[in-house]
Design a protein around this ligand. Sequence first.
Ligand code: IVH
Length: 685
Amino acid sequence: MSKEIFNKIQDLKKQILHHDRLYYNFDQPQISDHDYDLLYKKLKDLEDKHPAFKTKDSPTQKVPGEALDKFKKEAHSQMMLSLQNSYSKQEIKDFYERMKKLLDIDSPEFFMEPKLDGVAVELIYEKGFLTKALSRGDGKVGENITQNIKTIRGVPLQLNPMKTSSQKTPSLLEVRGEVIILKKDFKTINKQQEELGESLFANPRNLASGSLRQLDSKVTLKRPLYFYAHSLGSSKNFSVTNQKDFMEALKNLSLPCLLTSKKKLKSPYLSQLSNSLHHLLKYYDEINKLRHSLPFEIDGIVLKINSFEQQKRLGQTARSPRWAIAGKFHPEEAITQIEDIVLQVGRTGVITPVAVMKPVSLSGVTIRQASLHNFKEMSRKDIRPKDFVVIHRAGDVIPEVLKSLKEKRNKNSKPFKDPKNCPNCKEPLQQDGDYLRCKNILCSAIRERSLIHFASKGAMNIEFLGEKNIKKFHEWGWLTNFSSFYDLPNKDLTQQEGFGEKSFELLVKSLEKSKKTTLSKVIFALGIPHVGEQTAQKLAEKVLEKLSNKSCNLHAALSILQNLKEEELTEISDIGIVVAASLRDAFQNKKLIADLKNLHKKGIYFVEEKKTTQLKGLQFVITGTFPLDRKDIKKSIEQKGGKVSSQVSKKTNHLLVGKNPGSKKQKAEKLNISQINWNEFKKLT
Ligand code: IVH
């Protein structure tokens, strides 16, 4: 018997550690948080019943996760702990009673906060300046992610006590909190990933974590991350005595926390103080109800003893403080049956399997379909036609099939066979990373999606033409390629149902308006695989550099695009060999070239690119000599939204160091300011 229990414990430990690695180190969880917590609870219950089998290396005795080698590892001055989880009101009641007993107080005071589903980080402010930021790692040692944290708008580089408050700048302040990404941004970024045929992020937490783990902080800069503070590490000259005052002090120092009063966040509800069990339970229900209307993901509430002195008295275990508990929400899941698996052809030819399911209601929305992303993912999850499946809404936005219920599966069920041919044009498909792709440039399904993309807002922005009309005109043979959009006014449109004089006029107007555009929009509009808005922008910048003294027209730009060498392409920071090959294929394609020449003839032209925002909020100082003239470097920084100043100060984000630097270098060293060389700078832009 005991051997059996020992083996069971060993097995659970192995499983949990495996899932910890997937979640914390690779940002690729394979089970839901709830299933993970169930495994954890099983292990904890077994260990509590059989303490002889509890070992120091058990996941119940340590903070999950570890620091990765790719960043410099640094020790936390105080351990960054995890939280005890609870899934029922009874467990919250037990916690309340435990606190009463341990503190010997009738009604202890609690600070109640939402539990943000993000990535834990620690920001270290010395004499008011952000000098270091660490990830949680294994709780003892984290990764130094200072450069990436500095790209987060809203994280002050310098603390700024409000004039009206008595709060002074502390000489040391270690603030802990969560880095998150908003649900709407998660949705947009995943849509872009899907369109480009790149892997999807499982949920907003995952995307935030992946963004923070970038070695290249310019990638982090592009991700709209937010930080919210929730707890205190070490501090000096910072005299607060409880969690509520701590949060107020953070607000005064302009650090974002869940007291930050933003209407959208319904802040009066977000954090509260209470000493009654009734309120604690009510708060759990209220926040649970509110969670879907919040702009970010939360997965529960956190109840903390308010007084720091009482917290100290209660102490901590190896893994979590005794003075706090997470009241986790039950995941919103539903069970339904897959009726069919259909195949969709995207504009870049990616074939996506989509589960068509018996309609089911999930957090107030009726779900009928869910993307299964790609065939590898479908086979990893072993999802088959007619399976009963558990679905949930990832990031509260996209319905996702979590798993199939194998026990309910029909004996004769067979896995879905990967298609060999395009469901539309029947041409053989090709494997491209995780995806199957139709590479037939004549495939009408791809053409239809490409035409819709060409006219869309971020591309040529032909305002009047919606998806429905494009599909109709394509079906009638009026839209055959990109330039054919500009032939539409020659068609007898007014004879078509629902298309009067007024619509005709609007169409002509919006076509005319779309003719004046930017080169990056034209490149993006072409829908070249792996070429999203950012890459198109970079490529356009390169072409514009080369075009500087020549005429700025589509014909000239095309000839540059056709002649760009592979080395010139891969020199551009967003472009690797896969993207370069995709660009080469596109600009050697005779049909596309003819189409582009036609667009030029129809009067499509581009003007100088507008300012971009890659360097928004960053202040640079330049020292030494560079391959480019100083004036041009300054112009390029300003065009990208950054600022250049002549003196190094605490406000400087980066000192750009060239050959033979001057005294600014020493000053930057003194102030601990990031120094970057020409190559690093080029990567950043
Ligand atoms: S307090 C444990 N408050 O949840 C030390 N943590 O699952 C005190 N978290 O590692 C943490 N929202 O990163 C606290 N309002 C909140 C939180 C919160 C999210 C994270 C935190 C912790 C993890 C444990």
